[in-house]
Ligand binder design. Structure first.
Ligand code: CTP
Ligand code: MN
Ligand code: MN
Ligand code: MN
Length: 370
């Protein structure tokens, strides 16, 4: 089966090869060690090694076999200098570098603080430098002001850090479907994110919602949010109105966020709505849990690009944008695709159209788990 799309590039500059990692979910390789190191550099805000470890992780994820010896890593891309940890694990069963990182106080503290909804590496680092090490340190420190998002993050910490199951995602799908159709019966609703890629668990559930009539999507999310509030589902809402400008060229960045209307929500999910019950470890008597849900609402003519962009994974999107720019002289983001040679935007109604524009065979969502 298709695992990697390798585009050899025998140009004058040394015949470089670019890889688009198309990984499935059947990961055969232990990649946790590399993810620890990637995160360590992310917290240090050193982008190079962070990306290198994430890339190496993607490549390992894509392998259809279990890496057992160093020879298995030969000829694989992106596994160059940053594979000392893998080599150590293969040779000694453990990696000194990874163990050292795991016991690093700053790493541990930033990992803890950033696990709170609304707390990014910057805030976590600020608290660390103030000498704070635990949640109770943060919550009892007089000088600390928590914004509304962080307050909600602490309030629902247990629920939000617990994985969302497929059954819970399905139940949320019905809730969103009902709320959106109460506003516009002919709305278009699609599941995106990790669950569209076939994941069994996620940290949230992502949906794309829009209207068949161009422009009418602008008022959709505020109305849906009101509906969810009316029905008692809404625990938290961070709404961002659209700043989308169709004349603007796609971003040069491989990671820029989009300008569509979107909201980051926390919803209340009742036990009775979930087939097989809630994914809760300690069976509490509440009978409900809080769940993170993201909604994005692009205009219909950008639906395919938004769907592709929100299906992820993050690394897959990054690789695809990179491929478009370096191999095809095209700029791709969640809004569209711009051909720099022809100096025009390329229209697409389905994801298949986009892959065709890029000269790639269609890559199924379940193959995008890089
Ligand atoms: N995304 C985006 N703009 C945002 C937020 C997310 O384009 N403001 C995209 C990301 O690039 C990602 C996809 O939406 O590819 C899903 O993001 P996220 O929910 O964070 O990750 P998942 O892949 O769904 O994994 P998880 O199970 O952790 O939610
Ligand atoms: Mn998600
Ligand atoms: Mn995530
Ligand atoms: Mn999300």
């Amino acid at each position: 089966y298709l695992i990697q799309v390798c585009v050899s590039h025998p140009g004058s500059h040394g015949g470089s090869t670019r890889w688009l990692t198309a990984a499935t979910l059947n990961n055969n390789n232990k990649i946790d060690a590399l993810e620890v190191l990637a995160e360590y550099y992310e917290f240090k805000e050193i982008e190079g090694p962070c990306l290198a470890f994430r890339r190496a992780t993607s490549v390992l994820k894509s392998l259809p076999f279990v890496v057992q010896c160093l020879r298995d890593l030969r000829d694989l891309p992106c596994l160059g200098e940053h594979t000392k940890a893998i080599m150590e694990i293969l040779e000694y069963g453990r990696s000194f570098e990874v163990e050292q990182t795991l016991s690093d106080e700053r790493y541990q503290t930033l990992k803890l603080f950033t696990s709170v909804f609304g707390v990014g590496p910057k805030t976590a680092d600020k608290w660390y430098r103030q000498g704070l090490r635990s949640f109770s340190d943060v919550l009892t420190e007089p000088g600390i002001h928590l914004n509304r998002m962080q307050q909600t993050g602490f309030l629902h910490y247990g629920d939000i850090s617990r994985a969302v199951s497929k059954a819970e995602a399905r139940a949320l799908g019905s809730i969103i479907d009902e709320a959106v159709r109460a506003i516009t019966p002919d709305a278009i609703i699609a599941l995106t994110g990790g669950f569209r890629r076939g994941k069994e668990f996620g940290h949230d559930v992502d949906f794309l919602v829009t209207t068949p009539e161009l422009g009418r999507e602008r008022s959709l999310l505020p109305d849906v949010i009101d509906e969810l509030k009316k029905k008692g589902f809404l625990l938290y809402c961070d709404y961002h109105a659209s700043t989308f400008d169709m004349a603007r060229l796609p971003s040069f960045s491989f990671e820029a966020m989009d300008h569509f209307a979107k909201c980051f929500l926390i919803l209340r999910l009742e036990e009775g709505k979930v087939e097989g019950g809630l994914n809760s470890s300690e069976k509490d008597s509440r009978g409900w849990r809080a769940v993170r849900v993201d909604l994005v609402s692009p205009p219909l003519d950008r639906y395919a690009y938004a769907l592709l962009g929100w299906t992820g994974s993050r690394m897959f999107e990054r690789d695809l944008r990179r491929f478009a720019r370096l191999e095809r002289r095209m700029l791709l983001d969640n809004h569209g695709l711009y051909d720099k040679t022809k100096k025009e935007f390329l229209a697409a109604t389905t994801e298949k159209d986009i892959f065709a524009h890029l000269g790639l065979e269609y890559i199924e969502p379940w193959q995008r788990n890089a």
